[in-house]
Design a binder for this molecule. Sequence first.
Ligand code: SAH
Ligand code: SF4
Ligand code: F3S
Length: 437
Amino acid sequence: MSETKTDTPKKLFIKTYGCQMNVYDSERMAESLEGYVQTDRPEDADMILLNTCHIREKAAEKVYSELGRMKPLKELNPNLKIGVAGCVAQAEGAEIMRRQPAVDLVVGPQSYHRLPQMEAQVRAGRSALDTDFPEEDKFAHLKGRSKARRAPAAFLTVQEGCDKFCAFCVVPYTRGAEVSRPADRVVREARDLVERGVREVTLLGQNVNAYHGGMTLAELIRALAKVDGLERIRYTTSHPNDMDDDLIAAHADTDKLMPYLHLPVQSGSDRILKRMNRSHTAESYLRLIERIREVRPDIMMSGDFIVGFPEETEADFQATLDLVEAVNYGYAYSFKYSTRPGTPAAERPQVDAAEADERLQRLQALITRQQRAIQESMVGRDLSVLVEKAGRNAGQMLGKSEYLHAVHIDNAKAQIGDVVPVRITRAMTNSLTAVEI
Ligand code: SAH
Ligand code: SF4
Ligand code: F3S
């Protein structure tokens, strides 16, 4: 019995919270842990890794309740080791092991290349903690991606970290200073992904348009557009101040670059933007969108908003609603301000929680209205869809339009990985239905 146990590969359960960068990191961590296969059942796992997010208080607290739920699994499987990765690991370090002694391993986002040694250390019965910002590039030292077949759409991290220090945000502390990966490595990784079935890459970075890996982001996009078999390119998240003329031009001259742009603004009030340390105004943001729409009139805009930032008045909030009206977003994400220890805004006079809740509801109602109107305006239009998987109903396939809508294709002939022209027949709240044309 015990012999069979050592012969079978160990099982790894990873749960990912937070942003797309964590999704990418989780894939890379799984590939770097040799001798493990992934499982989606924590009760079967020999290693549980929580890849965590620290952006809002709720996100961070979720990790501790999840750890509480995982702890009893150690009694069922004495070989089980529990690790915490990601931004909570970086922000709280050894404190995590003090608060939850069932945790064996804590690894910050810049140290994932050290994970295999850390795993060996915990297997040898010692706990492992690494939250350094080492000199070496974690991706250069992470094991190469495996050759296994992939889903048609993949994330590819090209830049990490942030030097902007918005007054509310933990990212500059948890992810460190801006670092870009060399362009030739990014292109090589994109080629590998294409060989494994990928047709669309989303280039990731906390400030992806500040990319400077030997070329600019616009130049990198054009270099990737030359990769045969790669059909679609996206990038996220951008900062308004790093949206240069050439990147705007790329939206007109590079067919493979999809007409979708996530460009967070956070607030429509200049007074609040200043206090947030955003270094742009509502007006400069609106002018920027105008310039982008001049070259790409159909571009689908997406944004992020924070309501209830310290000292936000009703008039400030009204300015946010006005900005949302002016932009007309296809997608927008809004959050109630969450006080993050160690950030400058944490020290300032806070907005009443009930007031902030009420503003959040009003903003979300406006955003939902806009989103619905845009979804409905798609009915009867011809879009192109990258087919990603089988749909829920028989004969249906599910994919994404160039504008990032989820699209169900009825009676589909197209296969996973195809990019097909479709006509939209119906709009639902979160998706569209279509037929092939
Ligand atoms: N680098 C990106 C995304 C950062 S985090 C950017 O600059 O836009 C994603 C979103 O979380 C932010 O855009 C912001 O809207 C939100 N966010 C960040 N810190 C927050 C906080 N303390 N409280 C509430 N929302 C926050
Ligand atoms: Fe956070 Fe601002 Fe950096 Fe975005 S730009 S990651 S919101 S500090
Ligand atoms: Fe969260 Fe870290 Fe991403 S705080 S949003 S996981 S960069």
